[in-house]
Design a protein around this ligand. Sequence first.
Ligand code: G3H
Ligand code: 13P
Ligand code: ZN
Length: 311
Amino acid sequence: MALVTSKEMFQKAYDGGYAIGAFNVNNMEIIQGITEAAKEVSAPLILQVSAGARKYANHTYLVKLVEAALIETDLPICLHLDHGDSFELCKSCIDGGFTSVMIDGSHHSFEDNIELTKKVVEYAHERGVVVEGELGRLAGIEDDVNVSDEDASYTRPSEVEEFVTRTGVDSLAIAIGTSHGAYKFKPGQKPQLRFDILKEVEKRLPNFPIVLHGASSVIPEFVDMINANGGNMPDAIGIPEDMLREAAKSAVCKINIDSDLRLAMTGSIRKYMAENPAHFDPRQYLSPARAAIKELVKNKLINVLGCDGKA
Ligand code: G3H
Ligand code: 13P
Ligand code: ZN
């Protein structure tokens, strides 16, 4: 099977009341862990690559690894650029075989965001590629940019119809209280999402796929594993799984997860190294790391996103 866009996946997810997992990929073990999990439960997948991932692993390596996963799994897989910040970056990914790109103009003014997003949409659509836009700003860390809580802002439902109509985007990322990274809420703060904003957006954009970024749950098991084996992570709090389950039943068709993969991988490697201090073969510590990613993703696909059996 060749790479697909997210068009059909989103329509089925919208109609079926579930969401597609969009997992960030940076190397072979991460790609294998995610895709082996999806194959076992027969789930469609979005594999997403950030500018930082592209810089780390190289565009061609990542595309070829994802192509290998297609051969091995025969699943519908969409290859997506995460947080594209310029027309040039989006163009380079479109020309280089991606089937979906995000143009994140959320830090620009409304008019500039529309202008930039529209330019990417025109280029992408002529080449059969779909585009995700963003309105509202999430707190947290993306690449080297740290958006403080004060600079974060919820999506304004009153802007979504105009944004979607004028840009022609295929999906829209909104800010309802999720944030990037492992520290989404202050210690003692109760995790909360603005489902009222989501409902209002849904009403204004009928049959239109919504995207949630910053949706890792920051699984305590892995934070504990890191801290029990020489790490020192302060109180890390993520998005509770029941909130994500609720979101997945709504117009939210794509849920982005990266930090949970990082925590699973790092926790397993730290544990392995602590238990086997004399080992130095990377295959030995990367095997449990890959297995931990696989288990984590399987659980997300079945118990959080509800997309198992939908490939
Ligand atoms: O939204 C950000 C993703 O977690 C990607 O992170 O830019 O450090 O690769 P990165
Ligand atoms: P997390 O940091 O919550 O995993 O979010 C990832 C993300 O939104 C990638 O775009
Ligand atoms: Zn994101």
